[in-house]
Design a protein around this ligand. Structure first.
Ligand code: MLT
Length: 309
């Protein structure tokens, strides 16, 4: 009977528009990835997908809301390494658990991290940056998107490697943080590549290094952290789609199929690649693979991050 109900549901779902919660400000990396993928998914599903940006508390406010939403497939969330992994050790009173309160749908993009600075920040390369921020740790500041966000967690890792504790300047997302960096109001940021490529290419900010093993094809002139002299700093985030726990397997399968189709579409791929994203392989796009990623990321970050005071 269950199987019959499930497949009947899959044939009718969706009958109305779907809301996709983005836990950060419009124009930032999560928003950009969600919009690129859902605009194609909406064509496959035959219904619009409306993005709702719900900001605050490093994405955990929105993620709590998504966890508590009806599990009927009409309220989904695009979460990431922060909301669905790093938040666990950082927020001891987190009102949701990434593994227990969500049905994973699909990984959408890998997003390498870059160390970026305002255009007129004095250091001219990564070695100078390291020397400068160590010497001026009380004066410099690092923008981020709230405790537990990718930008916060990535720079925490960088700061622990450098053994410094600069001031953090929180924003509702790295979209607004990037505006402040371009405007010269903050010094630097550890941000996901999709937010940075247009600005780096326009010369409105400085890129010191990309924290991955290889250079990124969208930024061939930006050295890796290893090339630039800081091999210990390796960081890549990810964005993924989740539904509230208990969403039927048939609905999860419909959404996964639509996401997979989007990731196979030439226009979607071109857009994601232009922004430096890493497109998940077919094996990485299943709900099971996303469940395994969330589990391994929580295990990875828990010993590294301490609860926010
Ligand atoms: C955003 O979309 O603003 C980012 O994903 C924020 C972050 O986690 O750094």
């Amino acid at each position: 009977l269950c199987g019959f109900v499930a497949s009947g549901e899959a044939q009718t779902y969706p009958t109305r528009s779907i809301t996709m919660i983005v836990p950060f400000a419009a124009g930032g990396p999560t928003d950009v990835v969600a919009r690129i993928v859902t605009s194609h998914m909406a064509q496959t599903l035959g219904q619009s997908i409306i993005i709702e940006n719900v900001v605050g508390a490093g994405g955990t406010t929105a993620t709590t809301r998504a966890a508590r939403a009806a599990n009927d497939g009409y309220m989904l969330i695009t979460g990431h390494m922060g909301t669905h992994a790093a938040s666990v050790p950082l927020y001891p009173k987190l009102a949701y658990h990434p593994e227990k309160d969500f049905e994973p749908i699909a990984l959408l993009a890998g997003t390498p991290i870059l160390i970026l600075a305002r255009k007129d920040f004095p250091p001219k390369d990564l070695k100078e940056f390291v020397t400068y921020v160590k010497a001026n740790a009380e004066k410099v500041n690092a923008a981020h998107a709230g405790i537990g966000s990718v930008s916060h967690v990535s720079c925490e890792l960088l700061h622990s490697i450098l053994d410094i504790k600069p001031v953090g300047v929180p924003f509702n997302g790295t979209g607004p943080a990037m505006n402040a960096l371009v405007g010269g109001q903050v010094d630097y940021i550890c941000d996901q590549i999709v937010n940075a490529v247009p600005q780096i290419n326009a010369g409105t900010i400085k890129a010191y290094a990309i924290a991955t093993a290889e250079r990124n094809p969208s930024l061939p002139n930006v050295p890796t952290t290893a090339e630039a002299g800081l091999p210990a700093f390796q960081a890549q985030a990810w964005n993924a789609m989740f539904a509230p726990k208990g969403t039927s397997p048939a609905i999860v399968a419909s959404l996964n199929a639509a996401a997979v189709r989007a990731l196979d579409d030439e226009t979607v791929r071109k857009r994601l690649l232009e922004l430096g994203s890493v497109i998940p392989t077919p094996a990485e796009r299943t709900p099971e693979a996303l469940a395994a990623l969330v589990k391994s990321e929580i295990a990875k970050w828990t010993p590294v991050l301490k609860p926010a005071s």
